[in-house]
Design a protein around this ligand. Sequence first.
Ligand code: KIV
Length: 263
Amino acid sequence: MNPVSRMTAPRVLALKGKEPLTMLTAYDYPTARLVDEAGIEMILVGDSLGNVVLGYESTLPVTMQEMLHHCKAVARGAKQALLIGDLPFMSYQASVEQAVTNAGRFVKEGGMHAVKLEGGREHVDKIKAILNAGIPVQGHLGLKPQSVHAMGGYKVQGKTEDSVRQMVEDAKALDQAGIFSLVLEGVVPEAAKKITEAIRCPTIGIGAGKDCDGQVLVLHDLLGITSSFCKPPSFAKEYAHLGADILKAVQAYKQDVKQKKFP
Ligand code: KIV
C-alpha cells in the first residue's frame, strides 16, 4: 500500500484478483495506530467490540453509542487504512430510513469511510439507499453473529447444496446492489470459493478458507489477548500471546511493589 495515500473503497474493489487483501478489527486509538502503521488495508470497528472489549456474551447488546465512541478513537489513530464501521444489531434492520440515518452517523460522527452490515437479499433496499447517500457498503454473509438465535448457534454455513445456492444468490444480489467487498464468516471453504468466483467484488474471509480474495481476523484473537479466559475460534491464528504477557507483567509489578522494589 502507498504509505502516503488513504485506502479507498474503489481501490479495494479494484484489487480483486491482483493481491490478497488484509483487514483487521481495532477498537481504540493505540491499536488503530499500530494496525495502520503495519499497512493493513482495511480496519473494521467490528461489533465484536461487544465480545472482546465490552465483555458481553454476544454482539446483540452493542449500541450505536458504543460503536461511535470506539469509531472516533480509531479514526483519530488510523491515517492510511479504509475505516469501516459495523452497523450493530437493530441499527439498520427496521427500515431503510433507519439504515441510512445510522450509516450516516458512522461517517459524520464516527469518522468512518464505509459501513458493514450482515445479511443478504432482504437488505438490498437498505444497501442501495446507503450507497445513494454516498457511503460505501461492505456485506457480510455466512455465519452472521447478529442472527445467532435464528441460526440456532454460531454454526459454520454452507454445508448443504441448498445453503450454498442461497448464499451464492445472496452474494450476487449484494454485489449487483454495489457493495465494495463481502465478508464471508464461518463458511465451508468450497462454498466460499464458489462465491468468490461468482461475484465482481472481493470476498474477505474469516473461517472461510484460503480461496477468498482477502482475510480478516479479530485483533484480540490474533494477539492472543482473550485466549486465557475465553476460547478463541478454531480458525484464528495467534501471532502473539499478549494475554499471558499482560498477566505476567501485572503480577511482576504487584510483586515489586509488595517487596518495595518499585519505585
Ligand atoms: O464484528 C466483527 O469483528 C466482524 C468480523 C468478524 C468480520 O464482523
